[in-house]
Design a protein around this ligand. Structure first.
Ligand SMILES: Nc1ncnc2c1ncn2[C@@H]1O[C@H](COP(=O)(O)OP(=O)(O)OP(=O)(O)O)[C@@H](O)[C@H]1O
Length: 704
């Protein structure tokens, strides 16, 4: 280390000690605050209990109130204490010094996972990575730059950018960036072994990624990026960024939709390590089933993909149809058909009197409530007619009672004494008749105004009893159009991951159901295992949603895989793709294996070599479950592989064997790809997905 560097290192060490002191003091101060609040609550509680010792209701009411106050008071303190505990290990990872172009003032900020300002001070000790000014750090280079402060854009000149590695409160290294120096920490992070779960990347977010993370909240953004370009990671960091900057508006109102439970589990750690909990994360299937309230079992995503990959022609045709725009048109026609034909109105009679005639009913239907969704409208009409029946019932009862009272009044006391009990008896009979007629009239109204359940109607429409995952969006569409359905929870921002597999209808349904205006949609149009339409609907959202304000981003660098792996994977795509180099690795190996022995040797030897090279997470990836079973049976006596054969398995470490569609979105240090295709297709998106799961090493075992 040069003398100058040594001096810098020393200075940073002193700064670190100071910061750690501030962290310690702040921690003690927050603990004291917590203690103060709990003492206060305790004393107040004793007073209340004494005051209301004979009033249980008041005591219960007090405890409800106390719980609320505690939650409110502690939530901020506990959040801060959690942040301080994390900061204690590593308070910051970046430093930027810059000159404000307007004022000429020099500034020096340290950027960390969370922000920290000492009590009584205005100068932040650490700036949260999500704060607007921290974007300067992610510009990557030195020189002129700009950030957006709350009161407008600020021009600065970045004079120095430093990355710092602090582990367990110790300074381990400093790296200064010059304009063209490669990001050394990024290289270090990318070359290391992958973890069991997706990690945060606050230290090494790249400029192209940062732009997406910080994109305006009020825009819908669509990111189409190659495998491993960080789409999932960015989407999750964007959630953390949005929550930090718009907590009041967005807390509890963000939804993340992912493809399956394995994937949801894989990404589950990122937001908590960024200090964010309480974001709803769901698969589209579960979300839709919950909203529909569907109780019956359906053909789930895995079976759907198994059938498609297995070449079940009838099923593929059916799926293709359900994904098409023509099908939306068919649904609309079906709705129009129901509007014309589903209901046959009848006049409503009460005894022999017509109380609502056909014209009146038609008027309600075609005119007065025509703006309402069909089934809402008929239910509304039902309520109106029921209320008329009730009025009629009351009128008849009133009339009868009035006549009875008049008759009674016209009788002498003696006459009344003779007939009164008989009159009362007759009254009871008459009232019962009137009430029964009211119930019968309501039943007659229900018989022509109630509708069949939408799920049942849909089944008749598609002429099938068993539903599949791709039927969920159409059912929701009918519920929206026929019933005016709205989602149980309202969301202000929705993230859709692996969006390349969404149909236009899914996009329409999510938007209409939730009334959400802002989306972050990420996917890779080349990772569609099933290419139902030429253009992935996620790339055509301005037409699908009929909205102009959509911002599109493309990402072409893979931060996951080596240059060699990406280059290899690209042979499976139709188009020639340029692979930007992020890092190099070893060449991809191809082994031909015909007999079971050869297959066993190829798979087991590859795994053993990977282990010897120090790779920790290793996967054998097959096309589908049948192939998984076949390979597992062949290698079983030599090696134990952990089978991911359904989406609810709980991974407990070890080498895995997994079908392509569950591996989507995941990554492994090294991958053995099972390639059983007899002939090479020009485009093979399944093999593209499989090969891009590997970070450092890939072996293709070609079998017959
Ligand atoms: N700026 C970065 N710094 C460090 N690691 C990064 C960066 N960007 C992405 N990565 C890493 O690259 C890998 C791929 O990221 P991620 O899974 O988010 O990509 P993806 O585009 O969603 O991939 P896929 O299309 O396969 O689902 C992850 O290990 C992630 O941590």
């Amino acid at each position: 280390m040069s003398q100058e560097k040594q001096a810098e290192f020393l200075a940073e060490n002193i700064k670190l000690k100071n910061t750690l002191n501030v962290i310690n003091n702040e921690t003690l101060s927050f603990i004291a605050r917590r203690q103060y609040i709990s003492d206060y609550i305790r004393k107040y509680r004793e007073k209340i209990l004494e005051e209301y010792k004979d009033d249980e209701d008041k005591v219960a009411e007090y405890f409800d109130h106390e719980l609320y106050v505690k939650e409110e008071a502690y939530s901020t303190i506990d959040r801060k204490l959690k942040e301080l505990t994390i900061l204690k290990e590593s308070p910051y990872f970046g430093r930027i010094n810059f000159e404000d172009e307007l004022s000429g003032e020099l500034d020096n900020i340290y950027i960390g996972r969370f922000g920290l300002t000492e009590e009584g001070s205005y100068e932040p000790e650490i700036v949260d990575w999500r704060a607007p000014i921290a974007s300067l750090f992610y510009h990557g280079g030195l020189g002129k730059a700009q950030y957006t402060a709350p009161d407008g854009k600020v021009d600065v000149d970045i004079l120095g950018r430093r990355q710092l590695i602090v582990k367990k409160g110790q300074l381990k290294g400093i790296f200064d960036s010059a304009i063209d120096v490669k990001d050394e920490i990024l290289q270090m992070v990318l070359s290391s072994n992958s973890n069991e779960k997706l990690q945060d990347i606050v230290m090494t977010i790249q400029e192209e990624q940062d732009k997406i993370i910080r994109a305006s909240r009020s825009k819908t953004i669509v990111v189409n990026g190659v495998a491993g370009s960080g789409k999932t990671t960015i989407a999750l960091h964007r959630v953390a960024y949005l929550l930090y900057n718009y907590r009041k508006e967005l807390e509890g109102k963000v939804l993340i939709l992912g493809p399956n439970s394995i994937f949801m589990e894989y990404i589950s750690q990122v937001l908590p390590t960024l200090g964010e909990t309480g974001v709803m994360q769901e698969t589209f299937t579960n979300y839709a089933i919950e909203e529909i309230g569907l109780k019956e079992s359906i053909i789930e995503y895995n079976e759907f993909l198994e059938r498609v990959i297995g070449g079940d022609k009838e099923f593929i045709e059916d799926a293709k149809k359900k994904y098409s725009s023509e099908f939306i048109k068919e649904l609309d026609d079906f709705i129009a058909y129901l509007e014309k034909n589903h209901f046959t109105f009848e006049q409503v009679k009460y005894f022999d009197e017509v109380i609502v005639d056909i014209d009146e009913i038609n008027e309600l239907y075609t005119n007065y409530y025509a703006y309402m969704p069909l089934f809402r409208r008929t239910q509304k009409m039902k309520r109106i007619i029921e209320s008329k029946i009730k009025d009629k019932r009351n009128e008849l009862v009133y009339k009868f009672d009035k006549e009875l009272a008049d008759t009674k009044a016209s009788l002498s006391e003696e006459q009344l004494a003779l007939v009164e009990s008989d009159m009362d008896f007759r009254r009871n009979i008459r009232i019962r008749e009137i009430v029964r007629e009211s119930m019968d009239a309501k039943k007659r109204v229900a018989s022509f105004l109630d509708n069949e359940s939408i799920v049942e109607l849909y089944k008749k429409f598609i002429k099938k009893e068993r539903l599949s995952v791709f039927d969920l969006a159409p059912i929701l569409y009918l519920m929206i159009k026929l019933d005016g359905k709205k989602a149980k929870n309202q969301f202000r921002h929705i993230i859709i991951d692996e969006a390349q597999d969404y149909s236009s209808l899914q996009f329409i349904v999510i938007r209409e159901l939730t009334d959400c205006k802002h989306f972050t949609i990420v996917g890779d149009s080349n990772q569609r295992i099933v290419k139902f339409t030429e253009k992935a609907p996620m790339l055509d959202l301005c037409n699908v949603w009929n909205e102009k304000d959509i911002e599109h981003y493309e990402l072409s660098k893979s931060y996951r895989s080596t240059y060699e792996i990406m280059q290899y994977a690209n042979q499976y795509l139709n188009e020639e793709k340029i692979v930007p180099i992020v890092r190099n690795g070893k060449p991809v190996v191809t082994i031909k294996a015909e007999s079971d022995e050869e297959i066993r040797d190829a798979v087991v030897d590859s795994i053993n070599e990977f282990r010897e090279e120090g790779f920790e997470s290793i996967a054998v990836i097959t096309k589908d479950v049948d192939e998984l079973e076949r390979i597992n049976k062949i290698v079983n006596d030599r090696i134990h592989l952990f089978k991911f054969d359904n989406e609810y398995v709980i991974y407990r470490g070890g080498i895995v064997i997994i079908p392509s569609y569950y591996a989507k979105g995941l990554e492994f240090d090294a991958v053995v790809m099972i390639d059983s295709d007899k002939e090479e297709k020009k485009e093979d998106l399944i093999k593209y997905v499989i090969s891009t799961r590997a970070l450092h090493a890939l072996t293709n075992v070609k079998i017959k």
